[in-house]
Design a protein around this ligand. Structure first.
Ligand code: MN
Length: 254
């Protein structure tokens, strides 16, 4: 069974080469997000020559306060990868100047990605789903993956209407609200992720092979077996990464 981990922090693991070896041998498609442009190159080198691990260039909204000066570096590096993340907004902070600095970084990043086209962007939207979706708009020329989405059902429908995908993790499946959101999503727009090491599994930071837990949770919600759930997720991911991916090919059912 091939797995998908659409959001994993490879560079925060203590042994990235071991994780990469496991992704390659178990054929786990993994988007290795980074939190700042200054650490992207390291992950890009680690992921070079792999089939399953893709390095993503990001500037995490919670790091905007300290790393906003790296935005020009991010924009310069955008042509080095098709994968972008972790980017987005995080409104745990109530500081309006900081929120607006986050929006500026996110908007500039999205706008340059839109110009380049075809990017696959993994997006953080904690307590900020409405503004995140406003920044993305309704016809973004690229693939948006809303990672660990925790907004309202209304926000979720707006994300669907905008053509977004949603990557779900074991923590989301443990939460009642998380499961409610997943039930409201068509199967064709769901991916799995671990967000390790931030998501914990069995008292340790999750790793890409733990995407099986998300698959098992989806299988249970969908009333199908895990093999079948994994095949659906894999097919969704393959549609996104296909070089000819037309942005609006997915049927909106919600
Ligand atoms: Mn993350």
């Amino acid at each position: 069974m091939k797995l998908v981990d659409a959001h994993f922090h490879l560079d925060l693991h203590k042994n990235p080469p071991a994780i990469i070896a496991e992704c390659e041998s178990k054929q786990i498609y993994t988007i290795a997000v980074t939190n700042a442009p200054s650490v992207f190159f390291h992950t890009l080198r680690l992921a070079a020559d792999t089939k399953y691990v893709r390095a993503a260039l990001g500037l995490h909204p919670e790091l905007v306060a300290t790393h906003a000066h790296e935005l020009p570096q991010l924009l310069r590096q955008l042509d080095q990868t098709r994968y972008i993340g972790e980017v987005g907004l995080d409104y745990v902070t109530t500081d309006s100047a900081l929120r607006s600095a986050q929006r500026r970084v996110f908007e500039v990043t999205l706008s340059r990605c839109a110009e380049l086209g075809g990017k696959i962007i993994t997006v953080h939207s904690r307590r900020s789903a409405g503004d995140v979706l406003a920044c993305i708009g309704t016809s973004f020329p690229g693939s948006i993956i809303l990672h660990w989405f925790s907004g309202s059902l209304r926000d979720l429908r707006a994300g669907l209407a905008a053509g977004c995908h949603f990557s779900v993790n074991p923590a989301m499946l443990r939460s009642e609200h998380g499961r409610d959101l997943i039930r409201a999503l068509p199967r064709t727009c769901i991916l799995t992720e671990t967000d390790g090491p931030f998501v914990q599994v069995d008292g340790r930071g999750a790793v890409p092979s733990d995407a099986i837990q998300a698959v098992n949770g989806l299988a249970k919600l969908w009333g199908i077996d895990s093999q079948e759930a994994a095949a659906i997720v894999l097919s969704n991911f393959e549609n996104i990464i296909a070089p000819t991916n037309p942005p609006d090919s997915r049927q909106i059912t919600a």
